[in-house]
Ligand binder design. Structure first.
Ligand code: SF4
Length: 360
């Protein structure tokens, strides 16, 4: 039987149940989910599904990430709510490719792990599956593992197995609607030009779960725990002298009261040049290089290839003497001597992130 897989939280429990009920059935997992956005999130879910299938001892086939075709299929349905007609098209698309894969492999039956997700309409899934049964001749089996307290059991299994538990369905449209309703920043979509791995970003999780797999392979005990912290995102920043924009790089957690300010350098203490407004301070790239043991040739290079957030945080603490400091600290090639205009649009917000605790 071909089992279309959407994510490890659904698939691990669902496949475990199938294996218990049908021990003689050969199961083939098929991860085909081009709806997942951004690509890093797709990679993260796939990573966890690979681990889960390995644990369960079933073969996994990866489908193509044909995101453009999926976008074409749902065009015009962007504003539909979850469980609406965009989701129907999304299921149709995933089932069609899964049915083709089943035919290619000579399998006559298929199912989907989406059936166990409490957030999906089983009626919609069954309707979509039955259409492909009629048109493609691949029998769709709608197992119901939600019943008999299945959803609670699924939650227990996902905690015990320390699976990656995503907090949105998958697509860009569902995510943006969900974040709007939660009045939350859609920080999944940030892709900094600095190439840094931002706190609580998908890229950070991808690193964490990859490291988790390495720990498991080496038999090192670990636990994934959530922690609360203060997160930060930089939206836009510039420093202007007259009409000329000066290359500049604000350190992580740089904030000002509003989005813009103007002023002149007032005084200098130990290589830090203080503006006469908003507690803003500037340092030169030479100072930055010296204090972080870096060798950037110019600020532009720093902007496009910044060091880790941890390096920046250590520098901020060193410069300010205060780990809670959120003043704007801006790196420039040379300190501006004339009046400057600063634009700094940022968001600081309470957030949670996963953390890996390792026993020695
Ligand atoms: S909300 Fe989920 S099921 Fe609906 S279209 Fe988006 S990814 Fe597909």
């Amino acid at each position: 039987m071909l089992v279309h897989i959407c994510c490890s939280v659904d698939s691990h429990f669902f496949i475990e149940k199938l294996q218990q009920e049908y021990p003689d059935e050969k199961l083939i997992g098929f991860f085909y989910d081009p709806n997942i956005h951004p690509y890093s999130e797709y990679q993260l879910r796939l990573l966890d599904v690979e681990r889960s299938c390995q644990k369960l001892g079933i073969e996994l086939i990866k489908g193509e990430y044909d995101f453009e075709n999926w976008m074409d299929a749902v065009r015009g349905l962007e504003k539909e709510p979850e469980k609406g007609s965009r989701c129907e098209v999304c299921f149709d698309r995933r089932f069609e490719i899964s049915a083709h894969k089943a035919i290619e492999l000579g399998e006559s039956t298929m199912t989907t792990t989406l059936l166990v997700s409490p957030k999906k309409s089983q009626e919609q899934l069954i309707r979509s599956g039955e259409v492909f049964e009629e048109t493609h001749g691949v029998k769709f089996i709608p197992f119901d593992y939600r019943k008999n307290n299945g959803t609670a059991d699924q939650g227990r299994v996902s905690r015990e197995q320390q699976l990656y538990r995503q907090d949105y369905c998958g697509c860009l449209y569902g995510l943006s609607m969900q974040r709007d309703q939660q009045h939350r920043l859609m920080d999944e979509m940030f892709s900094p030009i600095s190439k840094q791995i931002l706190p609580a970003s998908i890229e950070e999780r991808l690193e964490l779960y990859s490291h988790r797999n390495e720990l498991e392979e080496s038999g090192t005990p670990y636990r994934i725990l959530k922690e609360r912290f203060l997160n930060y995102r930089l939206m836009r920043a510039s420093v202007k002298m007259g009409s000329e924009i000066i290359p500049s790089y604000p350190l992580f957690y740089s904030t000002i009261n509003r989005t813009t300010t103007e002023g002149k350098i007032d005084f200098e203490i130990n290589g830090q040049f203080f503006l006469n407004r908003e507690e803003v301070r500037f340092i030169t790239l030479d100072t930055f290089n010296a204090l972080t043991s870096s060798a950037y040739k110019n600020t532009q290079e720093l902007m496009f290839n910044a060091p880790s957030i941890e390096t920046e945080m250590a520098l901020r603490t060193q410069l300010s003497g205060n780990p809670f400091n959120t003043s704007a600290i801006i790196v420039v090639d040379t300190i501006p001597i004339e009046k400057i205009s600063l634009l700094l649009e940022t968001k600081t917000y309470e957030d949670t992130r996963e953390n890996l605790f390792v026993w020695n």
